[in-house]
Design a protein around this ligand. Structure first.
Ligand code: TTP
Ligand code: CA
Ligand code: CA
Length: 660
């Protein structure tokens, strides 16, 4: 893509005053000085902050269309039981919406392609597109959509190595363009990298006026002056399937000549976003729609301005007229009780209606702590960061609402098997990305009719092969503890939801290190003794491996060895006497103590597993996997000429550590 912003140097003529007289929306044209431009870590206060939200069009429908190789112009919907969950744009032309029943949709469009979402059924390890799936026996699988979603996210990451990316849902992500855009501004306008000698306030002088911007080809630029008719009906957090009509003012900016450096930043971000969206379409087939603005809230709002396959840009100058007519209850978090309370309190319906209420007034009413947030969001201010969610302590949950409630305890295991199949698949796939990943806890939730859900949890056995059987039998045990058996129950049962999940799924960078260490030759004489021990167990008997591990954990976790301080980020291993620390980047992140504790616990389990695996490896006389993938750490050498086994045959711990 060619540069669309003129690179003509401009003579120094500072203009530092806000040009916008919109008193309600202050800070729309902040002064940008050389110092601010040259600062790298201004975070959410950066006056050149640029954020995008990119959302896939009719996502599940697109996934099915691509999976089945169907012409994208054919109307297609995705069905879940009796309802539609995704409607592609050609089908929307027939007036079909997500709210419709299949029958009505087919009446509107007889040639409609209807695909039922994949489901799990008992006894099948993989979800499938079965004939006549039934909600009383099957469970929806979103696995294919998750996988496709990851492909798109990876393209964002590849397209923007220096930008932060936050997956916001299965089909959308926020992208922080601030850094790459700033780099690009300094590259295109090299005269900005030095403070001019005649600048009156040195580095605190404002930048010279920006060059003119050619918006053509960059997307739809929202109008500064006239509120678009679209604005008043557009949904903030809702899908763009309510039949909105759009003006096609691609690249047109009606009637504002006060270009700012922030506009330049938006234009560059739009170029980058457009390129990434184009690549996604070419390489994985999905069309997307993006919104580009100064913060997350506005980016999300702008993304649905024009769909599908398009991008929209909200200049700061356009914020007031875009927000004012917006029904405020469409703003996320203002839709529920809070929004209703505000609407009643002030007899208001649009953002504009609420702008005359001062922060003090809001605070005096019942909005308490939320007042500041409400006050700011109405003015288009959002200080939340784009942040990749921490990999520590993730959870994976498979849940099933039961239209036919479970009335007998003996019906539980059917659903536990179905849920276990989903968990097994998700864990397996997650491990393809990150092999050193394991869940610490398995938790089972069950909801009795309208009561709150109750749950039971237990440590999940360490095993590389977290098969459906392993998960289901652990789940069955929890079921017995939570619900009992048909014979043990005295009260009637009516369970309407059952969910099985992994919590504390640890992704430790140190995992790799331990794996490295694990492949090192035994270093102590005690360890060396075991090398000749003949193989006693069948290699794929992971149950044995688990039992042995449990023994080991019992033997070794009696005490932590040397006393460590309360807020420690390390522990001292009894077995090897080594001090084992959390990785620096984890600790330095200002993580909450509870997370640090969890991470430390995961590390402890992992370290114990490492010792256990070492012992097991000796017992098996095995090098476990291919050493080429796992380089030895800290200068120690991999044992040369170690006997190798075919990874395929390995099981349990050995399999866990086998190279993929
Ligand atoms: P959305 O992004 O809300 O909608 P969409 O991608 O289908 O359409 P649009 O082009 O307007 O963005 O949701 C993403 C996917 O999430 C959607 O394809 C199906 C699923 N979904 C549901 O299963 N149930 C729902 O109620 C919603 C809103 C979405
Ligand atoms: Ca979408
Ligand atoms: Ca979405």
């Amino acid at each position: 893509m060619t540069s669309t912003v003129s690179a003509k140097p401009v003579s120094w003529k500072g203009k530092g005053k806000a040009t916008n007289s919109e008193a309600d929306f202050y800070d729309l044209n902040p002064m940008i000085t050389y110092r601010l431009l040259h600062s790298r870590n201004l975070g959410v206060k950066d006056p050149l902050r640029v954020i995008a939200l990119c959302d896939s069009d009719a996502f599940y429908a697109a996934c099915e269309q691509i999976r089945l190789g169907i012409d994208p112009s054919r109307p297609l919907v995705v069905q879940q039981w009796d309802s539609l969950i995704a409607v592609n744009y050609p089908a929307r032309k027939f007036g079909i919406t997500r709210m419709e029943k299949i029958k009505e949709a087919k009446k509107k469009c007889p040639e409609l392609v209807v695909v039922h979402v994949a489901t799990y059924k008992e006894g099948e390890k993989e979800p499938g597109y079965w004939e006549n799936p039934d909600t009383s026996t099957h469970k929806v699988s979103l696995d294919h959509y998750r996988r496709e979603s990851m492909k798109v996210i990876r393209m964002f990451q590849e397209g923007l190595p220096s930008g932060e990316i936050e997956k916001a849902s299965i089909d959308e992500a926020f992208i922080d363009f601030t850094r790459p855009v700033r780099e690009e501004i300094l590259r295109r306008y090299p005269y900005l990298s030095q403070v001019p000698a005649d600048a009156p306030n040195g580095a605190d002088s404002p930048l010279p006026p920006p060059p003119p911007i050619m918006w053509d080809g960059l997307g739809t630029v929202l109008p500064v002056n006239a509120p678009s008719p679209v604005n008043s009906v557009i949904a903030v957090d809702a899908p763009g399937d309510q039949g909105i009509s759009y003006d096609d003012s691609e690249g047109i900016d009606n009637g504002d000549d006060s270009t700012t450096w922030h506009d330049v930043a938006l234009a560059i971000a739009a170029e980058l976003m457009g390129k990434i969206r184009h690549d996604i379409h070419m390489k994985v087939g999905y069309t997307t729609s993006a919104g580009i603005a100064r913060n997350k809230f506005l980016a999300k709002l702008t993304a649905s301005y024009k769909k599908p396959n398009s991008q929209s840009i909200l200049r700061n100058a356009a914020i007031p007229n875009y927000l004012r007519p917006l029904p405020f209850q469409k703003i996320r978090f203002l839709g529920g009780k809070l929004g209703k309370a505000i609407a009643e309190e002030y007899e208001a319906s649009t953002v504009g209606d609420l702008l005359s209420i001062s922060l003090g007034q809001l605070m005096q009413r019942k909005f308490g702590e939320e007042s500041i947030w409400v006050y700011e969001i109405l003015r288009g201010i959002d200080r939340s960061e784009v942040k990749e969610k921490s990999a520590v302590n993730k959870s994976m949950m498979a849940s099933k609402n039961l239209p036919n409630p479970i009335m007998k305890a003996s019906q539980g295991p059917h659903w536990i098997r179905v849920l276990a199949a989903e968990l097994a698949l998700r864990l397996r796939e997650a491990r393809e990305e990150m092999p050193a990943l394991w869940p610490k806890t398995l938790v089972l939730h069950a909801r009795q009719s309208y009561d709150a859900s109750r749950s039971k949890q237990a440590a999940f056995p360490f095993t590389r092969d977290a098969s459906v059987d392993v998960i289901a039998s652990a789940g069955d045990k929890l079921w017995k503890e939570l619900v009992g058996t048909d014979n043990s129950r005295t009260t009637p049962l009516k369970i309407t939801n059952v969910a099985l999940g992994f919590t504390g799924v640890g992704v430790m960078e140190v995992g790799q290190r331990s794996i490295d260490a694990f492949l090192k030759p035994p270093s102590t004489s005690k360890e060396a003794q075991g090398t000749d021990t003949p193989v006693k167990r069948k290699r794929d008997s992971h149950d044995d491996a688990q039992d042995a591990r449990r023994d080991l954990v019992r033997r070794k976790s009696g005490s932590d060895g040397e006393a460590v301080p309360d807020r420690a980020t390390y522990f001292v291993c009894n077995e090897c006497g080594k001090r084992i620390s959390l990785p620096g980047d984890l600790v330095g992140d200002g993580l909450e103590q509870v997370i640090v504790k969890e991470a430390l616990e995961a590390l402890r389990v992992e370290h114990t597993d490492f010792h256990y695996a070492q012992e097991l490896s000796k017992e098996l006389g095995d090098s476990v996997g291919s050493p080429r993938k796992f380089r030895p750490s800290s200068g120690e050498q991999t044992q040369p000429g170690t006997k190798k086994r075919k990874p395929k045959q390995s099981g349990g711990i050995a399999k866990f550590f086998a190279a993929k």
